[in-house]
Design a protein around this ligand. Structure first.
Ligand code: NAD
Length: 296
């Protein structure tokens, strides 16, 4: 590692963001008698989803918001889930609704996403919010890309004119990330599984965002010296001695020798996602009650 390489600390940044949110939640409650509420719906018993949902509940309570957990059996019919969402859309105590994905196969996830009131869609996946992000309007922005953008701005300040390469084109990370970078006046390339000569494309980038889901795919010699690397990937690998380890989509030990700044895995983008979910819930509560923008 060169002494200059900055390790972007997502744990510290997200803890500061949660402190700010705690303060803003209390201000909203004291001045306007509104307590932001987040409803999280989990269908089925996927162990990873259960962990995410429990952490979301804990963090929601910690910042002083109300948390409404709905855990449904894996065989819940689609119409029952739609009825629950319709109720949450009308519930004045609920300002944010999140249905934990993936949902079981017999449920059409797009139908579920489209059933959520766009004003309460704190995941930012509803087509209205996707369209608002694409057209520069004020909507809800997906949590992981927004958290990545917060880390980038904190690290680099103004991003205008920089060359950014986003690897991955999912609706959850890659595409919204590309829109956010474009909004900051970056020159944006979206690379994906059919991109030709990916290493050469990545070498042009001042900013590399990797959201692929392939352990350590991006190598150190793909990077422009001094670039900023945001590694969104979370991959569980098994080491030769049988122990398990979390790694990103970027070969960290190589990249850290070349990049100017890089997010580690774990401890980079990961902790930002839930903090931004709470931020989106606060913003949704302010908008639903016609209160001033909380400015976070
Ligand atoms: P996805 O599977 O929906 O999309 C992966 C994308 O990578 C696709 O667009 C595909 O075209 C591209 N891709 C696949 N192989 C490629 C290759 N060889 N070269 C270039 N591009 C290739 O995944 P996703 O939901 O966007 O998630 C990506 C990663 O980010 C996963 O590891 C996931 O676990 C992680 N993730 C982390 C967080 C977080 O909170 N930090 C949140 C969401 C996703």
């Amino acid at each position: 590692m060169t002494t200059k390489t900055k390790i972007i600390d997502g744990n510290a940044f997200s803890a500061r963001l949660r402190d700010t949110l705690t303060q803003k939640v209390h201000e909203m409650r004291d001045s306007h008698h509104v307590t932001p509420g987040l409803a999280v719906v989990l269908v089925g018993e996927d162990p990873a989803s259960q962990v995410y949902v429990r952490t979301k509940h804990k963090r929601t309570i910690e910042v002083g918001m109300k948390s409404f957990m709905h855990t449904l059996p894996a065989d819940t019919p689609e119409h029952e889930l739609l009825t629950l969402i319709a109720g949450l859309n009308k519930d004045p105590e609920v300002h944010g609704i999140l249905v934990q994905l993936p949902v079981p196969k017999h449920i059409d996830s797009q139908k579920i996403i489209e059933a959520i009131d766009p004003a309460k869609d704190v995941d930012g996946f509803h087509p209205i919010n996707v369209g608002r992000l694409a057209s520069g309007g004020e909507g809800m922005v997906p949590c992981t890309p927004l958290g990545s953008m917060m880390l980038l701005k904190d690290c680099l300040g103004k991003l205008g004119g920089l060359d950014a390469v986003v690897i991955g084109r999912s609706n959850i990370v890659g595409k919204p990330m590309a829109h956010l970078l474009l909004k900051e006046s970056c020159t944006v390339t979206i690379a994906h599984s059919q991109t030709r000569d990916l290493p050469e494309v990545v070498r042009r980038a001042d900013i590399v965002v990797a959201a692929v889901g392939k352990a350590e795919m991006v190598r150190g010699d793909w990077l422009k010296p001094g670039c900023t690397v945001i590694d969104v990937g979370i991959n569980r690998i098994e080491l030769p001695d049988g122990t398990k380890k979390l790694v990103g989509d970027v070969a960290f030990d190589e990249a850290v020798k070349v990049a100017g700044a890089i997010t580690p895995v774990p401890g980079g983008v990961g902790p930002m996602t839930i903090a931004v979910l709470l931020r989106n819930t606060l913003v949704a509560a302010a908008r639903l009650h016609n209160l001033p923008d909380p400015g976070v």
